[in-house]
Design a protein around this ligand. Sequence first.
Ligand code: SAM
Length: 279
Amino acid sequence: MTNNQQVDLPYFDQLFADFAKGNTEAIKAFGLHVHWGYWANPALANGSVDDFATAAENLTRRVCDAGGAAHGQSILDCGCGFGGTIASLSDRFHHLQLTGVNIDNRQLERARDQVKPRNHNQIKFVQGDACQLSFADNSFDLVLAVECIFHFPSRERFFQEAWRVLKPGGKLAICDFVPQDFVSPLMKIGGTLLRPVIGNTYGQVDSTFTLSAYRQLAKNTGFKSLIEEDITANTIPTYPLLRRLQTETGNPESANSTFVTEIISRLGILRYLILSFQK
Ligand SMILES: C[S@@+](CC[C@H](N)C(=O)[O-])C[C@H]1O[C@@H](n2cnc3c(N)ncnc32)[C@H](O)[C@@H]1O
């Protein structure tokens, strides 16, 4: 695949525009990782972009640890953004074969520019759809999808692809916004009603997949469920910071979408989960 695939990610368009204007807060907050932060003690969050960048790195580490990342592994990061997770792995471990896949070539260009291998690691960034991977069967020890599975065309197809490319005993680790079972039907209706608002900021998003649905999907695919960790409370300081940045860059509509997500997260209706599975 040589051309950029059709992909609707308005928040990345906004980030590229902010970076081009030299918005240092946007670059510090989202220049490497583009996901929520993890605060071990949310009461200590101070609302600065430096604090947020540290929390974003900590979230990545937790997902990689849930997947059992270790020296010498072959690791595939699907929906790799600007390469933040690959950079984190390359800093922490040695003799890794690291591959980042992203549907959006613009992001890969930034990833290639800023993420260079360290510690005898090797890094490749490849354009492609996480649901149609171009890699051989049984080729990775760990497959990651950090805060991106809700964009994929199908969770079922992604799990089947992850299963196919993982070696026997290999692991899949993801993080996702997961609604409580009892609100899933409402989320489907709400998602349809709010699609114009949320879609204008985040593009195509499906946040209706429940934990029971994940358990069933894992079973159907052949995975064993390993870790189910609810880190909603640890991610909450993301919201005020994100709303501030969105407001300051003249995006009140995005700040409103973020506010809706914050409310349903604070109420525990939408949970932020780290999940891992073994082949
Ligand atoms: C919220 S960002 C997360 C980026 C990165 N994982 C991180 O944590 O910094 C979502 C990512 O999913 C990517 N993406 C969306 N649909 C995809 C698909 N079908 N295949 C691969 N990547 C996809 C987007 O381009 C974007 O990089």
